[in-house]
Design a protein around this ligand. Structure first.
Ligand code: MN3
Length: 203
């Protein structure tokens, strides 16, 4: 039975500097993300048939997960899948403006790219405690900015993530201290718009 594993980052720990420090990236991936994967495996071992499914599939059908481990799968499967998405949402030399169809849809939905960024940042600041801020394509096909608590994923509600930012303190505290708003602003410099547009088109 193949357990879930932690892939390496798709770039080096230093590659998002100066916006996200090497120290944060190493700790975030090697400790925080690793812990979600370990805890996901520990939960799934109680019902090893679950290993036949991708972690995304577990989150899309949480009601099919045995009740005794459903919360553990929601939290740790969410932690695993959200972080995988998050790493690929960033890139060395990222940032700038979106292009193509996604850029058009952002302007149509939010008025302008600047208004979209402002709304995304506000949503991230407003999320009380720990969670994520997302740009999703809803199951009705519209772009929407939402935030979720803890490791909850919009894929459990049938939506497709396009962009996401981690607003747990572990994502920024070592560098930005309590200034979550500063982190949210700086993060735009590392966004991987090619990946975001790919997700938008495939959704
Ligand atoms: Mn995190």
């Amino acid at each position: 039975m193949e357990k879930y594993n932690l892939p390496n980052l798709p770039y080096g720990y230093k590659d998002l500097e100066p916006y996200i420090s090497e120290e944060i990236m190493a700790l975030h991936h090697d400790k925080h993300h690793a812990t979600y994967v370990n805890n996901l495996n520990t939960a799934a071992e109680k019902h090893p048939e679950l290993f036949e499914k991708k972690p995304e599939e577990l989150l899309m059908n949480l009601n099919d997960v045995p009740e005794d481990i459903r919360m553990a799968i929601k939290n740790n499967g969410g932690g695993h899948v959200n972080h995988l998405l998050f790493w690929s949402t960033m890139a060395k030399g990222g940032g700038g403006n979106p292009k193509g169809k996604l850029a058009e849809e952002i302007e149509k939905t939010f008025g302008s790219f600047a208004e979209f960024q402002q709304k995304f940042n506000d949503e991230g600041v407003k999320r009380f405690g720990s969670g994520w801020v997302w740009l999703i394509k809803t199951k009705d096909g519209n772009l929407q900015i939402i935030s979720t608590a803890n490791q909850d994923s919009p894929i459990s509600d049938g939506h497709t993530p396009i962009l996401l930012n981690d607003v747990w303190e572990h994502a920024y505290y070592l560098q930005y201290k309590n200034m979550r708003a500063d982190y949210l602003k700086a993060w735009w410099n590392v966004v991987n718009w090619l990946e975001a547009e790919k997700r938008f088109i495939e959704a």
